[in-house]
Design a protein around this ligand. Structure first.
Ligand SMILES: [Zn+2]
Length: 450
């Protein structure tokens, strides 16, 4: 008997925690943190206390109380007793926070299965962010083509296209037939062939169940979305029509988007300026030859922006060891100010204060290459627009989503023809029900037998 239970990603976007049981085998697929996780009880500086391990989370039932899952250390101040692992492994679909963050609580004895590139992305996060700790784990790395026998269950990871490199879906061969889990995926990115491979494989195994993401399963989409090639084309138009500075704000680990801006800059005879963090990530990912990314230390078209820190004099000692690696490629606000028409610069929202030093000429261009805000009262969005207005910049919204839209989701399910559909990572399960009679409306922690 095969059973599925969903401990996260139920009526919410992200936070997937999917438990599959086949006789004595128990495997989790993803173990992430949803975007709205804990926001009923915690906000800004009022955060769960690290010293209390899982205690603060259990107090509000924010994480499931499952025996044989968590580490001894995380359980120390809770009334759930530590038990030897009763879970055989955790497979991670990709390195986004909403799929991996909560592995920090897991028993290090439980093996984690990750893509080769995903591991590099996660290491880079841990090495360059003070807030990111995934904990110690035994990692078993995979690429498409590998498969793992975990007790009686065989798990086959298959690449998909998503807004971060090294994203996978899984085909899980159980005693009751195949179960397919999409992870997060799209088909309008530069590697749509990856998603196509996955969909073909999924269809050919005639699955008994499809666990399908539904981020964009909405009645009517209000936000503007392009394909990655449209983002590139439209950004190029912005750059070619100005002799002023072009700033671009994107998700730091969306390397398809980095590549788009890199190419746009080159095509228009400009250099691209990135943060030390992005430079570090690019260097790290050179270890994955499949990703084909430029080396910031060797590529003359990439410059690295150093902001003033500590002494304010760009002294080597002012920076973290990992940041210092790129000082040969260093540019500062003065350089940016003097060469505005020759550059395309990455700029994160949290680095906006640099604009005061850079002092862009009025009429500079700002490309917001991220999702539009989810609500009209988004404070960060308001602040961002205030800054853009203050510096008299032109605003452009140019983004390609990491997810299939409604029509594409419906096509995907029709093509794969699973016996049952389990919608996860969506706020609109009922819409799946509207299109498919075999769609289950899932409830948190409830058991579903296949
Ligand atoms: Zn996700």
């Amino acid at each position: 008997m095969v059973k599925l239970r969903f401990y996260g990603g139920v009526n919410e976007i992200g936070g997937n925690k999917i438990l599959l049981e086949d006789r004595k085998t128990r495997i989790f697929f993803d173990f992430g943190q949803s975007f709205a996780f804990g926001t009923d009880y915690f906000t800004s500086w009022l955060a769960p206390r690290a010293v209390n391990g899982l205690g603060d989370y259990f107090a509000f039932n924010l994480l499931p109380r499952i025996s044989g899952l968590y580490s001894r250390e995380m359980l120390a101040s809770t009334n759930l007793a530590y038990a030897e692992p009763q879970v055989d492994g955790v497979f991670l679909s990709h390195a986004h926070f909403d799929h991996v963050a909560h592995i920090q609580f897991l028993d290090p004895k439980i093996p984690i299965y990750v893509g080769v590139g995903t591991k590099l992305l996660m290491e880079s996060m841990e090495e360059t962010s003070s807030f990111c700790k995934y904990g110690e784990h035994e990692c078993r790395k995979f690429r498409t083509g590998h498969s793992f026998k975990v007790d009686g269950v065989t798990v086959e990871p298959v690449h998909v296209d998503h807004s971060i490199p090294a994203a996978y879906g899984f085909i899980i061969h159980t005693s009751e037939g195949s179960v397919v889990y999409t992870g997060d995926l799209r088909i309008h990115g530069p590697r749509k062939d990856l998603t196509e491979d996955f969909v073909e494989k999924a269809q050919s195994c005639e699955p008994v169940a499809l666990i399908c993401e539904g981020t964009r399963m909405v009645e009517q989409e209000k936000r503007k979305n392009y394909s990655e090639s449209q983002v590139k084309e439209l950004s190029s138009k912005v750059v070619s029509s100005t002799d002023k500075l072009v700033l671009a704000m994107r998700y730091s680990r969306d390397l398809d988007r980095f590549r788009s801006f890199y190419k746009v800059a080159k095509k228009n005879g400009r250099k691209i300026v990135v943060s030390p963090k992005t430079a570090y990530l690019l260097t790290k990912l050179l270890d994955d030859e499949h990703l084909d990314l430029p080396d910031p230390l060797k590529d003359a078209d990439i410059l690295v922006y150093y902001k003033r820190k500590k002494s304010g004099a760009f002294d080597e000692k002012d920076y973290y060891a990992w940041e210092r690696k790129f000082m040969d490629k260093m540019v500062t606000h003065e350089f940016i100010h003097k060469n505005q028409g020759k550059l395309v610069m990455d700029l994160d929202f949290y680095q906006f204060a640099e604009l005061i030093d850079i002092s862009p000429e009025p009429g500079s261009q700002f490309i917001h290459s991220m999702s539009e805000p989810f609500s009209e009262e988004d404070i960060e969005d308001e602040v961002m627009h205030n800054w853009i207005e203050h510096f008299n910049m032109h605003f452009h919204q140019l983004h390609a989503s990491g997810h299939l839209n409604k029509d594409q989701l419906v096509d995907l399910i029709k093509h794969i023809q699973p016996k049952q559909v389990f919608p996860v990572h969506t706020e609109n399960q009922q819409l799946f029900g509207h299109y498919f009679k075999n769609a289950q409306m899932i409830e948190s922690a409830k058991e579903y037998s296949l």
